[in-house]
Design a protein around this ligand. Structure first.
Ligand SMILES: C[S@@+](CC[C@H](N)C(=O)[O-])C[C@H]1O[C@@H](n2cnc3c(N)ncnc32)[C@H](O)[C@@H]1O
Length: 210
């Protein structure tokens, strides 16, 4: 897990700054779906009232809870659950966040997961979604994927190797951007902003629940 953290180099500050401009404040409720060991959830906690960090992995949740306790964060709840099983309790969320986790689900299940994410939010609430998404047409996929694979590092301790990236393409369910965007709309979201990085592999969406 420490190896993942090192390789992933997660910095939640940009997303938190964005969410603050969209109204996240000390009365806010945030749900992080597929929170992992909690990089985002732990950073969000000082800025809001309640953070629920949801993950299927007990090991991730142990790390998250340990770190929350070490930082004296009493408003972070680690909940074992998934996109398809988490049952939100209490006031509806102001923000649902998810980073690099939705691709674990095949598209049929993604559509259901996004509808469930919408049901957690209050009307006008924000979904900030980051994931590996192919922002291209199918005919262009090799031109997009090949440079990304070629940029894989040689040593796993330095980042993602070509072999690891190939495994992602082969075994995980990153969608085309246009398919994911249709799912977001069908789930009841209005996409306010869709950002694709220059590789056309990493995307970030800001969506508002209609
Ligand atoms: C690549 S990690 C990302 C973790 C964290 N969001 C981050 O950005 O560092 C993917 C996470 O998704 C979790 N996950 C896998 N399947 C899931 C599901 N069906 N529902 C919720 N989380 C899931 C994994 O346990 C893992 O913690």
């Amino acid at each position: 897990m420490a190896a993942y953290e090192h390789k992933a180099r997660v910095d939640p500050s940009e997303d938190l700054a964005l969410l603050r401009t969209l109204g996240l404040n000390d009365r806010g409720i945030v749900v992080d779906l597929g929170a992992g060991s909690g990089s985002f959830a732990l950073a969000a906690a000082p800025l809001c009232r309640r953070v629920v960090a949801v993950d299927v992995s007990p090991a991730m949740l142990v790390t998250l809870r340990t770190e929350a306790a070490a930082r004296g964060l009493g408003n972070v709840e680690g909940v074992r659950g998934g996109f398809l099983t988490y049952a939100h309790q209490g006031d509806p969320a102001d923000v649902v966040y998810s980073r690099h986790a939705l691709h674990h689900l095949p598209d049929f299940w993604k559509a259901l997961a996004l509808a469930r994410a919408a049901s957690i939010l209050r009307p006008g609430g924000v979904l900030r979604l980051r994931d590996l998404v192919y922002a291209c047409e199918p005919r262009d996929i090799e031109r997009v994927i090949e440079p990304w694979l070629a940029a894989g590092v040689a040593r796993p301790e330095d980042g993602w190797t070509r072999q690891e990236l190939e495994t992602h393409v082969r075994e995980e369910y990153s969608p085309f951007s246009w398919a994911l965007e249709a799912m977001l709309e069908h789930a009841g979201f209005q996409i306010q902003q869709a950002e694709y990085d220059t590789s056309r592999i990493y995307a970030a969406y800001t969506c508002v629940k209609r």
